[in-house]
Design a protein around this ligand. Structure first.
Ligand code: FAD
Length: 318
């Protein structure tokens, strides 16, 4: 079922989750355990992230450097199919522009169609040094809106080549939004107008970057509505679990940690930071639902134990 249908049909607030495929060569068992821990929370769907190839250099004898290209976490499509097959939960594979040619994206979409997976999240990805060297005559989508356009074209039976049998696909496409603006955008309005372009090209819903400040999420939604974006906006939340995240999350995701939260984390005893994170996320969720948001998306690390303490009580209250 499409995410938009799942959300539309729901009578209570819905909580979805985002997980990361195992590292290259790792086992899927740990991730399956995480999903196992979410089952009784009845997730409407689970997102599985995608990872573009990374470039690294190895010093050779004689002082030269050899360039390697490696995808650290392959397996997004396989994990989606495994979770859907085993647990009957809808999954949303993330597809990226960077690190993939348009032909590879089309192949991935055809495979998803065969697997019966109808939902995808279209993202640009970040430059891991792979951006420049395009493979001969292959092409790459530059912005997420280009990938959305490619998927919308497929939904109308327009593939990259003219095919004899070009049955249209029927994908529901999600895209990313940034309550604190994307780090490359000169300002929030500019970024929101680019977000609008993704919606006009065919995106059916928006999931936001993690944000710890509800006021920013509410303002972001208001601004989106003002420019005419009408699709569902799903706030993304993350539960803080360690002091080092006070530095790593702003650095890696260009988000701010509100002063009050940072102060609570700082004064928490080692080993108790997750309690602060759980309380903050619970309060954030309650306020967002009160403000009219019907769906909340949680970014998980390799465990369901913290989010269970947030979503379990919220579901009981509903
Ligand atoms: P875009 O929408 O293409 O925007 C990128 C930047 O370009 C923005 O500043 C935008 O304003 C600007 N822009 C857009 N269109 C144009 C245009 N036509 N002309 C000029 N400027 C333009 N990363 C991963 O690698 N794997 C994942 O699985 C993953 N999942 C994510 C899930 C969510 C919900 C979110 C919020 C992010 C995720 N990311 C993931 C991170 C994402 O790939 C990065 O934030 C990336 O830098 C931007 O991706 P985007 O899809 O928002 O890009």
């Amino acid at each position: 079922m499409k995410i938009t249908e799942l959300l539309h049909n729901a009578t209570d607030p819905q909580y979805s989750y985002e997980i990361i495929p195992p590292k290259r060569g790792g086992s899927a068992n740990d991730l399956i355990e995480v999903v196992n821990g979410l089952i009784d929370l009845e997730p409407p769907y689970i997102d599985v992230t995608s990872h573009s190839a990374q470039v690294y250099y190895e010093e050779q004898a004689g002082g030269t450097w050899k360039r390697h290209v490696k995808r650290k976490r392959p397996g997004t499509l396989g994990m989606c199919a495994a979770i859907r097959g085993r647990f009957g939960i809808e999954t949303v594979p993330h597809l990226l522009c960077y690190g993939f040619s348009r032909e590879e994206s089309e192949d991935a979409l055809i495979e998803l169609n065969y697997l019966g997976i109808q939902n995808v999240m279209a993202l640009r990805g970040d430059d891991n040094g792979y951006k420049k060297p395009l493979i001969n005559d292959r092409t790459r989508n530059e912005f997420a809106s280009d990938l959305v356009k490619q998927i919308s074209d497929m939904n109308q039976g327009r593939y990259l080549e003219n095919l004899i049998d070009s049955s249209p696909s029927d994908f529901c496409v999600g895209v990313a939004g940034y309550p604190e603006k994307h780090f490359e955008a000169p300002n929030l309005t500019w970024d929101i107008l680019n977000l609008k372009r993704k919606v006009e090209t065919g995106a059916a819903y928006i999931t936001t970057q993690m944000c710890f400040d509800n006021q920013q999420i509410i303002e972001f939604e208001k601004k989106c509505r003002e420019v005419g974006i009408t699709v569902p906006i799903i706030p993304g939340l993350k539960i803080l679990t360690s002091k080092k995240q006070l530095m790593s999350l702003p650095k890696n995701f260009a988000v701010q940690i509100p002063e009050a939260l940072a102060a609570e984390v700082e004064s928490a005893k080692e080993g108790h930071v997750h309690e602060v994170g759980i309380e903050w996320a619970k309060k954030q969720s309650e306020e967002l639902i009160e403000a009219g948001f019907q769906n909340i998306h949680f970014y998980l690390l390799m465990t369901s134990k913290h989010v269970r303490k947030v979503v379990g009580p919220l579901r009981k209250m509903a």
